[in-house]
Design a protein around this ligand. Structure first.
Ligand SMILES: [Zn+2]
Length: 340
């Protein structure tokens, strides 16, 4: 009989059972999905379903279906999923823009929306009649942020993208797969704001509204530069970031550097996946979400070997108190109302 070292047994047990209910703070689920809710109840997860206003130019908005669908999912999930609303920024040059947006947000807050999302089409896609790009700190948006702050809701920002969006599509561009199928988000060669211009505009908003709790999705779009992200977190106390769809960047970084970053910023990180529910088999989608949760939990919680893009690495083996913050307590603080 093989002798299993005690430590290995403990690690495996921890990977299977966290011992507390975890929160995935970045999902996109906009319709009823009882099989998914049942699966997450069984595995001990809650979530936040986020609406995105992704349209540019004269594309037809999906929000008239997406917003009520998400509110309904929130109710049908028995509040296991909280929800975040959004607004269409394209009317920003109209005189009644802020008034109309605020009325829409108030309607959604009354339906228990706990946060508001702003997407990367601000900075990278939406343009004024003059041709200039709408930036996150445009004067037209300030009354909206002020209202979110006053209402005690959270602002969720996916602004800018990985560096590859501003770089040529050569063999070294790690985003080339995505950019080939989404050329509209490839800024290289376009007369468009730089990544730093967009992030600096975002940071001015965060600084201007110090009581507004702001979440930067995808490691705040500094996924390739944890030192730059650390500077931003230091400068902006009301700013936290989620790791949605970016755990792969942590895995690909030097393990000790990634571990130190996570330990140093243990109060400023939110666990999230960016799971999106499509059409089709919900039980299968739930199994895929469960597999992502398990793989990424193992990376943060255990010292097990994981497969990264650039080879194998070891899990971060974080202390239990840190895991509780990243997988639950930080979300409870930053996303007021997430527990229903
Ligand atoms: Zn997302």
């Amino acid at each position: 009989m093989a002798i299993v070292p005690a430590a290995a047994v403990v690690k495996t047990a921890r990977a299977a059972d966290a011992g507390f209910e975890r929160i995935d703070t970045h999902n996109h689920i906009h319709r009823g999905a009882p099989a998914l809710v049942a699966a997450m109840e069984r595995t001990g997860w809650r979530g936040l379903s986020i609406c995105d206003s992704r349209e540019v130019g004269d594309q037809v908005s999906v929000l008239p279906q997406m917003i009520p669908g998400t509110a309904q999912f929130h109710r049908e999930s028995n509040k296991r999923w909280a929800w975040a609303t959004t607004f269409d920024p394209r009317g920003f040059e109209k005189p009644d823009f802020a008034e109309r947006v605020i009325a829409g947000l108030d309607h959604d807050f009354a339906q228990e929306a706990i946060a508001v999302k702003v997407w990367k089409n601000v900075g990278m896609g939406i343009r004024a009649a003059s041709g200039r790009y709408l930036l996150p700190d445009d004067a037209a948006l300030l009354p909206v942020y002020e209202h979110i702050q006053k209402s005690g809701r959270t602002l969720i920002c996916h602004l800018a993208e990985p560096n590859g969006a501003w770089e040529p599509l050569d063999g070294r561009n790690s985003e080339s797969g995505y950019l080939k199928s989404h050329p509209e988000w490839h800024m290289y060669g376009k007369e468009a704001p730089s990544k730093e211009t967009i992030l600096a505009a975002r940071d001015r908003v965060i600084a201007k509204f110090p009581k507004l709790r702001v979440i930067g999705c995808h490691l705040g779009s500094n996924e390739e530069d944890l030192e730059r992200l650390a500077q931003r977190l230091k400068a902006l106390p009301n700013f936290v970031v989620d790791v949605a769809s970016r755990v792969r960047y942590l895995m690909a970084a030097d393990r000790e550097k990634a571990r130190q970053f996570v330990l140093t910023h243990q109060d400023r990180l939110l666990y999230a996946t960016d799971f999106t529910l499509g059409a089709g088999d919900d039980a299968r989608a739930a199994a895929s979400l469960e597999a992502t949760h398990d793989r990424e939990w193992n990376y943060f919680a255990t010292g097990e070997t994981v497969q990264a893009r650039n080879g194998q690495t070891m899990g971060l083996e974080l202390p239990e108190a840190v895991l509780r913050k990243i997988f639950r307590e930080n979300a409870v603080k930053v996303l007021t109302g997430i527990l229903g």
